[in-house]
Design a protein around this ligand. Sequence first.
Ligand code: PEP
Ligand code: MG
Length: 555
Amino acid sequence: MLKGIKASDGIAIGVAKWIKEVEIEIIEMSFISVEDEKSRYLKAKEQGIIRLEKLKAETAEKVGSYEAEVFEAHKQLLMDTVMEKEIFQYLEKGHTTEFGYETVINKYIKMFEQMDNAYMRERALDLKDIKMNQIRILNNVEDNSPSLSEDMILVTYDLTPSETVKINKAHTLGFITEIGGETSHSAIIARTMGIPAIVGVGKTLEHIKDGDELILDGLKGEIHINPDKDLKASYQEILKTLSDEKASLESYKNQASVTLDGQVIEIACNIASVEDMPYVLESSADGIGLFRSEFLYMNRDHYPSEEEQFEAYKAVLEQMAPKPVTIRTMDVGGDKAVPYMQLEEEMNPFLGFRAIRICLEDQDMFRTQLRALLRASKYGRLRIMFPMIASLEELLEAKAILEAVSAEVPNASYELGIMIEIPAAAMIADLLAEHVDFFSIGTNDLIQYTTAVDRMNAKVSKLYSPYHPAFIRLLDRIISAGNAAGIEVGMCGNVAGKPDFIPLLLNMGLKEFSMSPDMVLKARKIVNHHQLNKEQVKEIYQLKNIEEVKAFLNI
Ligand code: PEP
Ligand code: MG
């Protein structure tokens, strides 16, 4: 049995197919002239941009807009002028374009591979993808797409993002890679496409031979090679249960989300752009609990205009109406970089200039977004949400700006809420509740700030746990404060979509759960079978550590 990193849930039973990296046979190009090489370079760059634009559109349609952004990022890298200058230096010294790409990009790959941060290390693969594709274009070699004609489990060193989207989903039961981590783009894409995957297995992957029978257990991160009859039978049983479960969930489509004791709950979705809407509508979610508006600001070279933002907000509100849409004001900073904003590099970006902190300083930008939101408000039910609120002063300042802008927009209507994702806000939730209509708990950040564990740092990822008693107590505190003040409390961090957590959150009094569209029906099923049990919340205060909490929640 081999172990790896769980990249995408699910179980696959099938035959292994190794995809070895295809060496591109480069026709030995000899250098003719600097001008000739520069024109080859420029032509390949242009073709590369067109290829990436096509791939982006294809991915947006087949997978989702968030996943498609990786190709926009590749395009930006391909157009990077610093890299271009370095490649030109080689051409001017009498080298070919292939040599230029190889040398310059390899230098950056090495740099990324040596970084401490796992997320940055995984970006080396993106650079490799760009390099290989440019060399292919220069030599008229077709894309390396791992095509399978029979149902198989793909085994490979790693899949680049462009290879992952080109996978033939009909025949790929799952994939296993030697390198990579949970945040590599291939893992993100696999999750959205619903293909079970395990990454980062390491050198032991060589134990798998072409044609071996495999069980890929994406739930545990385990791979069984040539399993015995009994093990295979037990996995076939699990596989059947999973597929029956999926089919039975269909009956929850377009149903109300109500607990057995009659409490109406909202099961909502998180989105990054208008292109995610088909998945939301298909899921029959009760609303949008988080529209991460910062994606409108990312992967481009200038601020989105008021008009551009208005169109995006209007489209989402119209499509969801009369269901509510929570749009979070820009949350740039932390791991989300926007080069044209020219934010200074920081030692601790998650503790730095981020989200509402930027908006309160750059108020013109903030007002533009608020105006776009308020103008769009007449097309549906708008809830505006401020991220990263840490103090009452911040909330009141942001709220005053919103009210001033609102006074200039005829017929604007909205509810106002804040994300509770900083422990300071959790501790003064009662004070903040007096000034807003709702709270939404951002567990992704709340866990990292409560336990002092960087959510992007693989070295400490074992310490990043939603089962820490401190975090559980904070949740109860926030929900109780909101309920006591008579405002709605929801949650839009990853924990909201964790089936094991939902009953506890319902018992605590959480009213809205926002998650990825594929989780909606499962969550609704849990809600519709839930009977309120307030005692559970009292009992959880007795638990002393992560292990005890996990055992209590049957995890
Ligand atoms: C969160 O912090 O839980 C959240 C939903 O916001 P983001 O992941 O965008 O920081
Ligand atoms: Mg957050």
